[in-house]
Each structure stands twice: as C-alpha cells, then as structure tokens.
Design a protein around this ligand. Structure first.
Ligand code: CDP
Length: 223
C-alpha cells in the first residue's frame, strides 16, 4: 500500500512545516523539492555563476549532486547545506534556476525516483501537475500574501536568518511572479487538487485537515 501526496502552492504558504508533521504522523517520507532547487542555486552562487545566465547554469548540471537525508538534511556534493540554502541570496536567485527546463528535468528525475518505493508527501510548485500527476492526494495550499510574509519572517527569526519583513514581502512577491509565469511546469493548481486556504488556520488545524483529506481518499480508493 503506497500513497503519494502532492502539496503545491506559493512561497511561504507553510507547505513544508505541515508536510513534515503529516509525514511524521503517518510514517511517510517527506520530500522537500524546493530544497533541491535551492541547493542547485547555492552551487551556482558559490561558483560565481550569474543565476540569470541559463546557459552557464545548465552547463554545471553534471557537477551537481544533491541528496535529501533523514532529518530533513540537504547535502550538496557531500556537504550539509541545510542552513545555507535558506539565506536571502539563495531566495533572490532560486526562481531563475527553477525556470530552466534542463535543470528541472534533472531534479524531477531524482524526485520521481525518491517517490518510487515509499509512501511520500512531496511539496513544491509542480508536484500535482507535473512531477507526480497520478498522486492519490493533491492539495493546493495557499494563504494571503501578508500572512505568508509574516510566517516566513518569524521562521527566519527562529532560525537566526537576518532579514526585514519588507524584504520578505518583496522576495515572496517576486518568486511567486517568476514561478507562476515560467514556461515549463509553472506554479498552478492541478485540475484535481483540493484548495486549502490556511490564512486563518493554525499549523495543527492544517495538519489535521490534510490528514483527514488523506484518510478520506484512502477509504475512497479502498487502499
Ligand atoms: O519554502 P518556500 O515556499 O519559500 O520555497 P521552496 O519550496 O523552498 O522553493 C524555493 C523555490 O524553488 C521556489 O520559489 C521555486 O522557484 C522553486 N521550486 C520549483 O520551481 N518547483 C518546485 N517543485 C519546488 C520549488
């Protein structure tokens, strides 16, 4: 019995926070696809490559090895970059990297492989529409722009990442625009996704709502 859960939605909608908790409760594997685009971006930045230069970024695909390890750790070429991928410079560049088709194809291949064997909960922008179009459960998680900015600001403060609320507002707005306007696998709800507006919900309420949706779906399909 294997179940795939896809959670998509705009930046800082709280997808990864709830997906991690749901995965722990249900014993599923959590796959943070955004962390993979972030790790690729970090590699380009560290190499001094301009992230707006598609050719130069695509050229380094063979040099990049990304692994997601238990404990939500992200490794780039054998090094733990779990903290470094959340910094403002990565935020500012990741949506350019994520708009390049060849980079997406390489990372999507890894994502699909990770979802082959276990029940997974995968979050991102194109999981229900492109990465796992046959996922049993698809959720499109949103929240108002201001709620998302405040949530990310608090999260950064807890993690010790320096930023202002205004910077976060701008970052989220810019990434959402680029993510939803790119040509290949843009951010949009899958036709069969269940919309979930979490603006006025606590983390626990969202976690419970998602578990309810998953349980209902499992019953429905008799798994
Ligand atoms: O956590 P947050 O919502 O800030 O973003 P994330 O999930 O870590 O994703 C970072 C960036 O990666 C997004 O803004 C997208 O540009 C890109 N991304 C994507 O294009 N496709 C995915 N499946 C996941 C992330």
């Amino acid at each position: 019995m294997r179940v795939c859960v896809a959670i998509d939605g705009p930046a800082a909608a709280g997808k990864s926070t709830v997906a991690k908790r749901v995965a722990t409760i249900l014993g599923y594997t959590y796959i943070d696809t955004g962390a993979m685009y972030r790790a690729f971006t970090l590699y380009c930045i560290e190499k001094g490559i301009n992230c707006e230069d598609e050719k130069a970024c695509v050229a380094v695909i063979p040099e990049v090895s990304i692994e997601l390890k238990p404990g939500n750790l992200v490794f780039l070429n054998g090094k733990d970059v779990s903290f470094d991928i959340r910094t403002p410079i990565v935020n500012a560049n990741v949506s350019y990297i994520a708009s390049y088709k060849d980079i997406r194809l390489a990372l999507v291949e890894l994502q699909r492989k990770m979802a082959e064997k276990h029940s997974v909960i995968m979050d991102g922008r194109d999981i229900g529409t492109y990465v796992l179009p046959k996922a049993e459960v698809k959720i499109y998680q949103i929240a108002s722009a201001e709620t998302r900015a405040i949530r990310r600001y608090k999260e950064n403060q807890e993690k010790g990442i320096a930023c202002t609320l205004d910077e976060i507002r701008e970052d989220v707005k810019k990434r959402d625009y680029i993510d939803s306007h790119r040509a290949f696998a843009p951010l949009k709800p899958a036709e069969d996704a269940i919309p979930l507006d979490t603006s006025d919900m606590s983390i626990e309420e969202v976690v419970n709502a998602i578990i309810d949706i998953i349980n209902k779906k499992i019953k429905e399909i008799g798994k």
